[in-house]
Structure formats: structure tokens, C-alpha cells
Write a protein that binds this ligand. Structure first.
Ligand code: MSP
Length: 580
């Protein structure tokens, strides 16, 4: 089954992949459809990374890896840190350090985490880098020269943790630490402060209609669908102009407005332009734009689905091609917060569950449409049942020396497993076996469709359902009961092993974007060469279709170790806590 025309090779990444810029055809010329610039949000450096941040990055990484397996690209995956703004200025002051020191330290925590997590980023941008400052200032001057900025006195409630002004309708009253009533953001719960200052304003209101038109003609531009509908509803409301600078006297930690030393560029404009910086703006971005795909959390949707496209339109650039939105992780049903002390450290999770175990949990359990809950019990139960037992167990069963003494990919017998209706007396395959073959043959297309619709969890669900069915196939035919000395039984035994190994090969290929190291181990054990691992030529069970199989008779890989070790809980069971 040849799914896609181009053939590609994707190097399984064990750390950041370096960008090797290749010459790209210009927009509109052949090949431009395959290009992508995937991004994560850039992360604030006011605190260390947590599992919510990691989730954003893993979603983008899985999409990037999956696209790489569909063909040669070219594709970029950009991530990085958002280092300017009042929030960082205040965090540095609280920590008794300088903003540059705080930024360098926390930025390296993110970078190290993503490298450890196998996030295959091709660029890690810091907004304090000179290339970014140049891009932002260039962007500002172009906006100004197009007549889209004006100076005005801005009054309103500013929320520093969210770095935005909020209208009265989005506020509520809550008691502060001293019991005094104070105004907070309805959405984030963070306190707001009344601010009045002279700012530059961006004529956002002029873009209400163009934004509506862009979205109405482009149903899939924001996924999942409920977020698309949400943005459409926002656009039915009043869309006031946007304050895009702060007085320098209040905010020194930021990029100065060109030709006006009294003002600093608003941190969100600064941050959003990072997507152009990584594309080489203002020099080479046309090679990538508009092939931009942004992964964002629901809390920053308005910035990406309204402000950013409007800014791009204002510059005569196309809006992003797609915005993938995800919801949030809670912990035992509660929002993660420093004050509750329930922030989950991703590095500790890697130590406890392994990198692939935790990647699998987040991407399998995370449903972008709704908030998802983390608990140690859930991780252990899911990962043990699906990776250790179902997948690892299946590999173990069909490669164990007792059942597969030759250590090869055995022969498939067409007479034991006759094709479709052509069943003769010698055929041992049952109706459920044909169902399994049909299901696995369809799986690569199904998985690709789920990835295209930003439903990675569904892709994993369908893979694991097939893994379970394959275990059922193996169990049903109990090959361990067959006698190798009997030629007819040996033929069928080998066929059972061949079919099972073929299923595992497909699962290994399809799991690469999510659990790259485990998939690599699985495929190496099956002796699948690196150039045989692309999604482009996933030909399942060619022998069943009367074609040659390059795997038949091949020696299996030498690593006979356990594919995925069972995880253990850190909590002691009640029995263990009792004294002697
Ligand atoms: N700096 C801005 C983004 C600028 S992009 C041009 C920002 N940074 S952040 O560090 O606060 O958040 C980064 C990402 O982490 C966002 O997508 C946000 O939704 C995500 N998460 C933060 N907490 C989260 C959870 N508890 N769960 C899942 N993701 C969450 O916003």
C-alpha cells in the first residue's frame, strides 16, 4: 500500500536536530505544499518548566516527526523562550537577580528539558537574541510606515502575569492575601492593576472583517473545532485597537520602540514576531511563509488567532496556515500552581516513567478539546498496560527462542493464510484473522488522518486497539502448541509469526513520532533498516498479496532485551507500611 508519492527518510532524533537549511523553491513553485514551519509557543522564563509546557512542545514534536516520516520536507520545528516584559522584570527583582541572568538560567532549563524529552527542534529562539531584536524593530517600522500605528493615551486594567489589558467584562472581584477585595482576571484569576499611560496603538479594529473572512473560508485553520467557533464568536464582539507599547519608565526590560526612546514594544508583539524571526525575517522568511503551523494552549488563543493574523495581514503577509489548540493539564483535579505546591516537574517524571513512557502518557491521555488530569496512578496503569504488557508482551511472545528458535522473520505460507474468499482446505486463517489484516492495512492511513486533524490521542488509541487484536490473534492460534517437526504445523506456525511480526513492524513505524526511542528499539529488533521506516511505503504483509517481502527470512536484530520495563509506583502499598 503506497500511501504517499514521495519517499523520505527521517532520522530518529535523540536530541535537538540541527537545522541544515537547504535551498527552497519559492512560494507557489512546485514542492511548496510540503514545506512546514511548526512552532511551539515560546515559554516565559519566570519559572521552571512544568508538564503543561512539555505537553505543548511534545504535541509540536510529534506533528513534526510525523511530517518528516511522510516525506522529505523541508520542515522546521521552532521553540524557545519569551524573555522580555514586566513579568520577567518583576520575577528577576523578586529572585534578587538581574533579568539577563534569570533569562539565561531558565532558558537553559527549557532547552535542556526539550533535548532530554527528544523534542526534535531545529531552532531554539531566545527573544533577547540580536537576530530577534532586529526582526521586531524591522516589523515595527514596517507597521508604522504602513500607517497602522498611532499614539494615544491608554487607560485600563493591566494583568502582569498574563501581560495584557483586560476589559471590565473579563474581570471579577476576589479577596487578596490580606482579605481586601481586588480585581482579578476571570479567566486566569490573576490580579489586575489600573494603568494609564501614553502608548502606541495598533489599528486592530480595521481587521475585524478581514479576520472574519479569513476564518469563514477556512474551516480547518483552527483545530479542534470548538476553538474555531470560539474565535468566530470573539470576532462578533467589539474589537478595539490594541496597545502595542509600554512607557519605558515602567518597562525597561524589552525592545525599545525605534525612534522613540520613551517607549518599549509590547511583549506580545515582541513574542509573536519570533515566528518570523525563526523563518529568517526580514531577509529569507518568504521561503517559509505562509507555511506556519502554530501549536498553542487555549489561554493564548486570542493572541494567535486574532492579534497575530491581524498583524500579519497589516504587513501584507498571509496569516498562519493552521493553529492547533490544546487544553490544560490539571493535577488531581486542580490547576497547577506554585501556591498549591502541586507543580509537576517533567524531569522527575522522566526519571520515574522514562522519557518515552511519559511522552506516551501525555500524548495518549491528552485530549486537546478538554483539560486532562495527571496522577501517578494513571501514568503507571496506562503505560504498563499498553507499552509494557500489550506491545512489549507481543514482541516478546513472537521472538522468544522457544517459539522462534531460528531468530528470523519466518516464511509466510499462502496456502495456510489464503487470500480473501479464495480459502482452500489448507487455510487455517479464521474470519477474525482477515479482519485483523484489513484493520492493520488501513491503520497507516487512519493514523495519518488523525495526525492531520490534531487527534494524536486517537491515532494512539487505534494503534493500541490493533496491538490488542494482534495479541488476540496470537492467543487464538496458540502457536506454542504447534509441532515444528510436522511440516504442515511448522508452515502455519511460521505464518502466525510472520503475520505478528508484520503487525509489529507497522506499529513500530507508526509509533515513531510519539515514542521514538522505543519504536527504534522495536524496529531494530525486527531488523527494519532506517531507510525502511518512513510512512511513505508502509506495505503491510506483501506476501498475503502475492508479492515479495524484503523481510522474509531476515535475521532478527540482536537486542533481545525487554522492550519496555514495567513501571513501579513510588507509593508504598498499605502492607509495606506496616511494621513487623
Ligand atoms: N510566552 C507566552 C507565549 C508566547 S508565544 C508567542 C506564554 N508562555 S507560557 O510559558 O505561559 O505558556 C506556554 C505554553 O504552555 C502555552 O501554550 C500554555 O497554554 C502552556 N501551558 C501552561 N500551563 C499549562 C498547563 N497546565 N497545561 C497545558 N499547557 C499549559 O504564554
Amino acid at each position: 500500500m503506497l500511501l504517499f508519492p514521495a519517499r523520505g527518510l527521517f532520522r530518529p532524533a535523540r536530541g535537538p536536530l540541527r537545522a541544515t537549511p537547504r535551498p527552497h523553491p519559492r512560494r507557489g513553485s512546485s514542492g511548496s505544499g510540503r514545506r512546514w514551519l511548526l512552532s511551539t509557543p515560546i515559554f516565559y522564563v519566570n519559572g521552571p518548566p512544568h508538564i503543561g509546557h512539555l505537553y505543548s512542545a511534545l504535541l509540536a514534536d510529534a506533528l513534526h516527526r510525523q511530517r518528516g516520516l511522510l516525506g522529505p520536507g523541508p520542515g522546521l520545528l521552532a521553540t524557545g523562550t519569551d524573555e522580555h516584559g514586566l513579568k520577567i522584570q518583576q520575577a528577576a527583582a523578586t529572585a534578587g537577580t538581574s533579568p539577563p541572568e534569570l533569562c539565561a538560567h531558565v532558558s537553559s532549563l527549557f532547552r535542556d528539558l526539550f533535548s532530554q524529552a527528544g523534542v526534535s527542534f531545529t531552532d531554539f529562539i531566545r527573544t533577547t537574541e540580536p537576530r530577534h531584536r532586529r526582526a521586531v524593530q524591522h516589523f515595527w517600522v514596517a507597521l508604522r510606515d504602513r500607517g497602522l500605528l498611532y499614539k494615544g493615551v491608554y487607560e485600563g486594567w493591566y494583568c502582569t502575569p498574563d501581560e495584557c489589558f483586560l476589559p471590565e467584562a473579563q474581570l471579577t472581584e476576589r479577596p487578596d492575601a490580606h482579605g481586601r477585595s481586588c480585581k482579578v482576571s476571570l479567566e486566569s484569576g490573576h490580579q489586575v492593576h489600573w494603568t494609564k499611560e501614553e502608548n502606541y496603538m495598533f489599528k486592530l479594529s480595521e481587521f475585524q472583517e478581514p479576520l472574519q473572512k479569513w476564518l469563514q473560508g477556512n474551516h480547518h485553520v483552527i483545530s479542534p473545532e470548538p476553538f474555531y467557533q470560539l474565535v468566530l464568536r470573539w470576532l462578533e464582539e467589539d474589537l478595539p485597537d490594541l496597545s502595542v507599547s509600554r512607557e519605558r519608565s515602567r518597562l525597561q526590560w524589552g525592545i525599545p520602540v525605534p525612534d522613540d526612546s520613551t517607549q518599549t514594544i509590547y511583549v506580545w508583539v515582541d513574542a509573536l514576531v519570533n515566528y518570523l524571526t525563526v523563518a529568517g525575517y526580514p531577509d529569507t522568511h518568504q521561503a517559509w511563509w505562509p507555511a506556519a503551523y502554530h501549536v498553542v494552549g487555549k489561554d493564548i488563543l486570542k493572541f494567535h488567532a486574532i492579534y497575530w493574523p491581524a498583524l500579519l495581514m497589516a504587513m501584507g503577509l498571509d496569516p498562519p496556515r493552521q493553529i492547533y489548540v490544546h487544553s490544560h493539564w490539571t493535577v488531581h483535579g486542580q490547576k497547577m500552581s506554585k501556591s498549591l505546591g502541586n507543580v509537576v516537574d517533567p524531569v522527575a517524571c522522566f526519571n520515574q516513567y522514562t522519557v518515552d513512557g511519559f511522552r506516551y502518557f501525555l500524548l495518549r491521555q491528552g485530549v486537546p478539546e478538554r483539560d486532562c488530569d495527571y496522577s501517578e496512578e494513571k501514568v503507571i496503569k496506562l503505560v504498563n498496560s499498553e507499552l509494557a504488557d500489550a506491545l512489549g508482551g507481543l514482541l516478546n511472545r513472537c521472538t522468544a527462542p522457544s517459539i522462534n528458535p531460528s531468530g528470523t522473520y519466518p516464511h509466510f505460507s499462502e496456502s495456510c493464510f489464503r487470500k480473501g474468499s479464495d480459502q482452500g482446505a489448507s487455510s487455517r486463517a479464521l474470519a477474525e484473522d482477515y479482519e485483523l489484516v484489513a484493520l492493520v492495512a488501513h491503520l497507516p492511513r487512519q493514523v495519518t488522518d488523525y495526525f492531520d486533524h490534531f487527534q494524536i490521542y486517537k491515532a494512539l488509541e487505534s494503534i493500541i486497539a490493533c496491538v490488542r487484536q494482534t495479541n488476540g490473534f496470537f492467543q487464538r492460534h496458540a502457536p506454542w502448541k504447534l509441532c515444528r517437526d510436522n511440516p504442515a504445523e511448522k508452515c502455519w506456525l511460521d505464518t502466525i509469526l510472520h503475520v505478528t511480526l508484520e503487525c509489529l513492524r507497522i506499529y513500530g513505524i507508526l509509533l515513531q513520532p510519539v515514542i521514538p526511542a522505543t519504536a527504534d528499539r522495536l524496529l531494530s529488533r525486527l531488523a527494519v533498516k532506517p531507510e525502511e521506516r518512513a510512512f511513505t511505503d508502509v506495505t503491510f504483509l506483501p506476501r498475503y498479496h502475492g508479492k515479495l517481502s524484503p523481510f522474509e527470512g531476515r535475521r532478527l536484530g540482536p537486542d533481545t532485551g525487554v522492550l519496555f520495563h514495567k513501571l513501579e509506583t513510588t507509593r508504598r502499598r498499605p502492607m509495606e507500611t506496616k511494621g513487623p
